[in-house]
Write a protein that binds this ligand. Structure first.
Ligand code: SAH
Length: 227
């Protein structure tokens, strides 16, 4: 039985009719192909036709840590990051962040951001819903990296030498990308990231916007690993 917003989306937006198939995910990489049997009550009674392994999930994991950006720019990053395959997303405040939400606003934003992630995951057929964490400081965000054992790649426009490609070649299958705010990272933040073992890299000779850099890194990663 499918109810609530998902039923509304299937019936009113996608115009699902009785007898037609749709996919339900268990959010743990199994998809169920279902047939709508009864749609009369605004909900969907369905029968499972078959189950299969979700194809959108992959053999490596990638975690995007992006500075919180103003207004809809953060929404954009979340939506596109899910499409590009991010498995986890973290947002953090950095020294040069233009925004900082109080507790009530942050909770409201968190709900909105989780909804954006859920909708994006559904739309692009993901088998898992990426989790979202909001870190109060750069330091806490960096400390959390040490606990997870991921290979951390830190995008810094003033990095000379190592490129994203070099870092990807030297990394394993649990990756983490860190992207700064509109004003860029502070020198002390770069020093802390290096000290924590992050691979500081350039994304090329053009300066990308703060809302572009993470998606750009994820796209390069997909190209290297999947295409
Ligand atoms: N400090 C810059 C712009 C920061 S761009 C300025 O104001 O001129 C925002 C973020 O995107 C940076 O913190 C960095 O993480 C990432 N970024 C953008 N272009 C990049 C590049 N060419 N190489 C590496 N990182 C880049």
């Amino acid at each position: 039985m499918v109810e609530g917003e998902d039923a509304y989306h299937l019936l009113k937006v996608l115009r699902l009719k009785e007898g037609q198939h749709f996919i339900v995910s268990d959010k743990d990489c199994t998809d169920f192909i279902c047939e709508a049997v009864d749609t009369r009550e605004g909900s969907i009674k369905a029968k499972i036709v078959k189950s299969e392994h979700n194809r959108a999930e992959k053999a490596y994991t990638v975690h995007l840590l992006n500075a919180v950006l103003k207004g809809e720019k953060t929404d954009f990053v979340l939506q596109k990051a899910v499409e590009a395959g991010a498995d986890k997303i973290g947002l953090f405040y950095s020294v040069r962040s233009e925004v900082k939400y109080d507790k009530a606003k942050a909770e409201k934003k968190q709900r909105r951001w989780e909804k954006i992630i859920y909708e994006a995951a559904k739309q692009c057929g993901r088998g898992r819903i990426p989790a979202l964490t909001l870190y109060p400081t750069f330091k806490e965000m960096l400390a959390s990296c040490a606990d997870r054992g991921e290979d951390v790649i830190f995008a810094y426009e003033e990095a000379r030498g190592d490129t994203l490609r070099t870092a990807l070649e030297q990394s394993g299958d649990a990756l983490c990308f860190i992207v700064g705010p509109v004003g860029g990272f502070d020198k002390e933040e770069v020093r802390m990231a290096k000290a924590a073992g992050a691979h500081v890299v350039t994304l090329g000779n053009r300066i990308l916007r703060a809302e572009t850099a993470g998606i750009f890194m994820l796209s390069c990663c997909v190209y290297e690993k999947e295409l």
